[in-house]
Design a protein around this ligand. Structure first.
Ligand code: FAD
Length: 512
C-alpha cells in the first residue's frame, strides 16, 4: 500500500483520545465490528452504527472457516445458541467437484492431515513416498475431516489424548441476515446506538482531510473520532469521500459477477460446502437448516447472465425459493485499508470471490488488528502503516491460494484455458516450484492458509512433486507402510463411531 505520510497526516497525530466511533453499515461487517468493539471497549467509547433499510445488505456470506470460533469466543457466544438462531450447520471443509477436470473431486478439509509429524517431517511426506510408489490411496483417505465429511458425520472435537477425535476442526454455514440480526442483539445490549437512515454526505476537516462527520438524509449530523466504513462495495467513506484507490486483481481472478439463489433442502445437510466448476466459473452449495444457499460466480466475458442463471437453476437440489439475484464485483483490495481516521472493513475494504470462504474472516482480522493498533491519543501513522501492511499481506497470500485453484486445471473451454495460461503472482509461482521439487511447503508469518490447506489443494489440482522429503527414507519402507495404513485404520474406526451431521444438529441445535 502507498505510504504517503503527508504533512496533514503528521499534524493529525495530535488528535485527542478516541471517544466516539461511528460505524457506517449494518451488514455482517458492521455488526461484527459493533459487537466486538462494544464488548472489548467495555463502554469506554461511544459506538454508533448507521444503516439504511432501503439500501439493505448483500446478505450472501454464508460459509466460514474455523477461525470464526475465536471471534465467537471473544464475544462469549454460546455455539449451540448461535447455530440455532442463524439456522446454521457445521462445516468440516469444502468439496471441489470437477475443478481439475470433469469427473474428478477432492476435499479441502480443515485441520491436519494424517498423524502427527515424526520429528521434522510432516505425515503427508510419508504418504507421498507410498503414493508415488502406487502403494497408498488418495490423500483424503488419510485426512480425518475429509473422511468424516464424505460420510456426512459430525461431532465437535473432544479432549481424548492422541485420538483423531481431538483434532476435528470445524466452521459454520449460517444465514447471513440472521447472523447480522443476532450480532445486533449482542451489540445493542452492550450500548451500541443504532440509527436507521441514509448517509448522504461526508464532511472532511479542512485542515487535515480527516472525516469530521457524516450527514444523514434526515439532516442529522453524526460526528466522531474514528469512522469504520462497512458500507459494502460502494466504500462510502474510504473511497467516495477519501479517494483511497483500489488495486484491481481481475487479471488474476477474472470472475466479476455472481448470481445467488436459495432452494429447498431435500436431503440431510452435508457438513461441507460444495464448489462445482462450471463453464466459465463455479457454483456454490451451502446447506443450512431451513434451505440451501446456492450461487454462481462467473466471468461476464465468457458467460451471459441468462446462461449463468440457467446453469444455476438447472443444478439445484430442490425448488428455488426466490429469483436469482445478480451481483457485480471487481476482485481486489483498497490501496489502504486504514486511511486517516477511517478503517474499511468487509466489502468496503476489498473483495475476493468466496471460493475459500475468506471474507468474513477478513472482517474478523480487521477488527482484531484494529484492537491491536487501537489509537490512544490521536492517530500515529506508524501504527496505521503497520496495520495496512499486515492486512495487505493476508489479502495477498489468500489471493494466491485462490488463484491456485484456477491455474492448475485440465478443464475444457476458453475460460479455463485462459486461467491455465495466465501469468500468476511471483509469490504463488515460487510456492508451486518449491512444492514441485520435494513437496515442501512453509507457512510464512501470519499467512491464513496452513501447509495442510496448500497440500490438499495443490495435489487436488494435480500439482505433483517430483520427489519427497529425503528424511522419509530414514525409516524402512515397511515401517512407513504400517504407519500410514495404521493412521487410515484409526481414522476410519473413529469416524464410524461419530453421529451423523443431521443427528448432531437435531440433538444440540435445532432452530426452535
Ligand atoms: P453489506 O452486506 O453490503 O452491508 C453494507 C451496509 O452498508 C448495509 O447495512 C447498507 O444498508 C449500509 N449502507 C450502504 N450505503 C449506505 C448509506 N449511504 N447510508 C447508510 N447505510 C449505508 N463471505 C464469506 O465469508 N463466506 C461466503 O461464503 C461468502 N459468500 C459470498 C458470495 C458472494 C456472491 C458475495 C458477493 C460475497 C460473499 N461473501 C462471503 C462476502 C460476505 O457476503 C461479506 O463479506 C459480508 O456479507 C460483509 O458484507 P458487508 O457488511 O461488508 O456489506
Amino acid at each position: 500500500a502507498a505510504r504517503d505520510t503527508t504533512a496533514m497526516e503528521k499534524q493529525a497525530m495530535t488528535e485527542p483520545r478516541i471517544r466516539n466511533i461511528v460505524i457506517v453499515g449494518g451488514g455482517t461487517a458492521g455488526w461484527m465490528a459493533a459487537a466486538a468493539l462494544s464488548k472489548l471497549l467495555q463502554g469506554q467509547v461511544g459506538i454508533r452504527l448507521i444503516e439504511s433499510d432501503e439500501i439493505g445488505i448483500v446478505g450472501v456470506g454464508e460459509a466460514t472457516i474455523p477461525q470464526i470460533q475465536l471471534f465467537n469466543q471473544a464475544l462469549g457466544l454460546d455455539e449451540d445458541d448461535f447455530i440455532r438462531k442463524t439456522q446454521g450447520t457445521f462445516k468440516l471443509g469444502i468439496e471441489f467437484v470437477d475443478w481439475l477436470r470433469p469427473g474428478h473431486s477432492y476435499h479441502h478439509a480443515f485441520g491436519g492431515i494424517g498423524g502427527r509429524p515424526l520429528g521434522v517431517v510432516p505425515f503427508y511426506q510419508y504418504w507421498l513416498k507410498l503414493h508415488q510408489a502406487g502403494a497408498a490411496g488418495e490423500l483424503g483417505d488419510y485426512t480425518f475431516n475429509s473422511i468424516a465429511a464424505r460420510q456426512n458425520k459430525f461431532m465437535r472435537a473432544v479432549a481424548i489424548p492422541n485420538s483423531p477425535l481431538s483434532t476435528i476442526a470445524h466452521a459454520f454455514h449460517f444465514d447471513a441476515g440472521l447472523y447480522a440480526k443476532y450480532l445486533r442483539g449482542h451489540a445493542e445490549a452492550r450500548g451500541v446506538r443504532r440509527t436507521e437512515g441514509k448517509v448522504t454526505e461526508t464532511r472532511l476537516r479542512a485542515e487535515n482531510g480527516f472525516i469530521e462527520a457524516v450527514v444523514l438524509e434526515s439532516g442529522e449530523v453524526v460526528g466522531g473520532d474514528l469512522f469504520i466504513d462497512c458500507s459494502g462495495f460502494r466504500g462510502l467513506l474510504i473511497e467516495q469521500a477519501l479517494h483511497t484507490g483500489y488495486e484491481d486483481w481481475t487479471h488474476w481472478l477474472p470472475c466479476n459477477r455472481a448470481m445467488a439463489v436459495p432452494c429447498e433442502s431435500v436431503s440431510p445437510p452435508t457438513p461441507f460446502t460444495r464448489s462445482t466448476a462450471r463453464k466459465a466459473g463455479w457454483q456454490w452449495r451451502i446447506p443450512l437448516q431451513h434451505r440451501i444457499g446456492n450461487g454462481m460466480v462467473y466471468s461476464a466475458d465468457h458467460l451471459s447472465d441468462d446462461e449463468a442463471a440457467s446453469i444455476l437453476l438447472g443444478n439445484l437440489d430442490g425448488a428455488p425459493l426466490a429469483d436469482p439475484r445478480p451481483l457485480r464485483f471487481v476482485t481486489g483490495m483498497r490501496k489502504r485499508f486504514w486511511n486517516r481516521n477511517c478503517v474499511a472493513m468487509g466489502l468496503a475494504s476489498g473483495f475476493m470471490e468466496p471460493l475459500e470462504s475468506t471474507s468474513i474472516h477478513f472482517i474478523q482480522q480487521s477488527i482484531s488488528k484494529l484492537v491491536a493498533f487501537f489509537p490512544s491519543a490521536g492517530f500515529d501513522q506508524v501504527d496505521i502503516d503497520e496495520f495496512n501492511r499486515q492486512v495487505q499481506f493476508e489479502y495477498e497470500r489468500s489471493r494466491d491460494f485462490i488463484v491456485l485453484h484456477y491455474i492448475a486445471n485440465e478443464r475444457p473451454g476458453p475460460f479455463w484455458r485462459q486461467c491455465r495460461e495466465m501469468a500468476i503472482p511471483d509469490t504463488l509461482a515460487a510456492k508451486i516450484e518449491l512444492f514441485r521439487s520435494h513437496g515442501r511447503l512453509f507457512r510464512e508469518h501470519e499467512e491464513l492458509f496452513t501447509e495442510s490447506s496448500w497440500v490438499q489443494v495443490l495435489l487436488g489440482q494435480g500439482v505433483r512433486p517430483r520427489s519427497y522429503h529425503p528424511m522419509v527414507d530414514t525409516l524402512p519402507h515397511d515401517e512407513v507402510s504400517r504407519m500410514v495404513a495404521g493412521v487410515r485404520g484409526v481414522h476410519e474406526a473413529c469416524v464410524a463411531a461419530m453421529p451423523s451431521h443431521a443427528e448432531f444438529i437435531a440433538k444440540h441445535c435445532v432452530a426452535g
